[in-house]
Design a protein around this ligand. Structure first.
Ligand code: GLA
Length: 383
């Protein structure tokens, strides 16, 4: 059974009719540009083959019924009663999207929903953005809203910020909604201008491994908001709209103006990370893909030492992979666990993954899961 058949069949078994349609939206990894999106900076994510899939039938009676392949019951809510905090757990994400559409003035009502997803949860691979964008695209089509992929991403971000209560930037939703097969999305998060940067690693004998450490440290949420607030404070002290407005050439002078070492470290990361995104894009444009490896590793060092969002598990993957001959590696996503990307020669990839797994076993940690990231399509209708 294909994934499309599975989600359709799940819907039919549950609701007794065929769905009006099936939509999907992928998870992502970020090649470079971490913690830059809420600083109006640059990011370079790519969509994964792993995706959230949603089968939906429209209903005009204002009732929203939500079910997922991992839920034991159907959650039923009245659309007009949706308010931040009114729905908990996984069902908050699809509910949030319907709420955000109505907040944006779209006259949408309810639906019957069955969801499925193979994006690993808690792995820093944007399983929540995938759910949000799949649902937003479904409502867009079922209610004929005519939204662009960019508008869908912004709506999904609003859903997550204001309904679910996570102060994330726009990268994950833009990646899930707007990526295309065979490319990474070079996105300026200030004005949302973007360019698809072709990325055919296999043709160059390379592989981008995703190593999911399968750990998620508790401080993740509070620490993210703290970093974000620190960046905004640093920009304010420097008299800038955002840290994006500080060029690399002005970094030293700006650092001398910041009173606290913590703010200096946050600023140094964001400014150097924006420069790394531009460097990676320039290298990819020039066909010098192998040379992005050391830039990725430098990005990891900056996230570990300056931004302080790495952890022992992600550091061990990076160190072990690089010692085993990887071209470069870095944690990807928000941090405090989650996944690491490793750029390697195809011929070395299995051995590197095995050495990383052995290093985890030696520490008494659970073996990480690895797979190859192939740049895949963004949100689309399947049926
Ligand atoms: C999470 C957020 C994104 C981004 C990354 C860090 O994935 O959802 O908006 O800030 O962390 O780059």
């Amino acid at each position: 059974m294909t994934q499309l058949e599975a989600v359709s069949k799940g819907f039919t078994t549950l609701y007794g009719t065929d769905p009006d349609g099936v939509w999907q939206s992928p998870g992502r990894v970020n090649l470079i540009g971490e913690h830059t999106d809420y600083n109006d900076g640059f990011v370079l994510p790519l969509a994964l083959p792993h995706a959230a899939r949603v089968a939906v039938s429209r209903r005009d009676d204002g009732i929203l019924r939500l079910h997922s392949s991992w839920a034991d019951r159907v959650a039923e809510v009245v659309v007009a009663d949706l308010a931040p905090g009114s729905v908990q757990g996984w069902a908050a994400y699809p509910a949030a999207v319907v709420w955000a559409l109505r907040e944006a003035g779209h006259a949408v009502a309810g639906g019957d929903v069955h969801l499925d997803s193979d994006v690993p949860v808690g792995a820093g691979l944007s399983s929540s953005a995938a759910l949000e964008c799949a649902v937003a695209l479904a409502w867009n089509d079922l209610y004929g809203l005519g939204l662009t992929h960019q508008q869908i991403a912004l709506l999904a971000q609003r859903a997550e910020n204001d309904f679910v209560g996570v102060p994330c930037g726009v990268m994950d939703q833009m990646a899930s909604s707007c990526c295309v097969e065979g490319a990474a999305l070079f996105l300026d998060t200030r004005d949302l201008s973007s360019r698809q940067v072709p990325l055919d690693l296999a043709a160059e004998g390379l592989v981008l491994l995703v190593v999911d450490t399968q750990v998620k440290h508790d401080l993740a949420d509070g620490a993210y908001a703290e970093r974000r607030a620190g960046c905004e404070r640093a920009a304010g002290l420097l008299g800038l709209p955002a840290l994006r407005d500080l060029p690399l050439s002005g970094l030293d002078a700006a650092l001398a103006q910041l009173p606290e070492p913590g703010l200096r470290a946050l600023t140094r990361h964001v400014v150097t990370e924006n420069a790394r995104v531009e460097e990676v894009v320039a290298l990819l444009d020039a066909g010098r893909t192998r040379q992005i490896g050391p830039v990725l590793t430098a990005g990891h060092a900056s996230l570990r030492d300056d931004f302080a969002v790495s952890c022992a598990e992600t550091d061990l993957v990076v160190a072990t992979a690089n010692a085993a001959g990887a071209l470069g590696a870095r944690m990807t996503g928000g941090g405090f666990g989650g996944s690491v990307i490793v750029l390697a020669e195809q011929a070395d990839a299995d051995r590197i993954a095995a050495e990383v797994a052995d290093a985890f076993v030696e520490q008494g940690w659970q073996r990480p899961r690895s797979f190859a990231a192939v740049p895949s399509a963004g949100a689309r209708r399947l049926a």
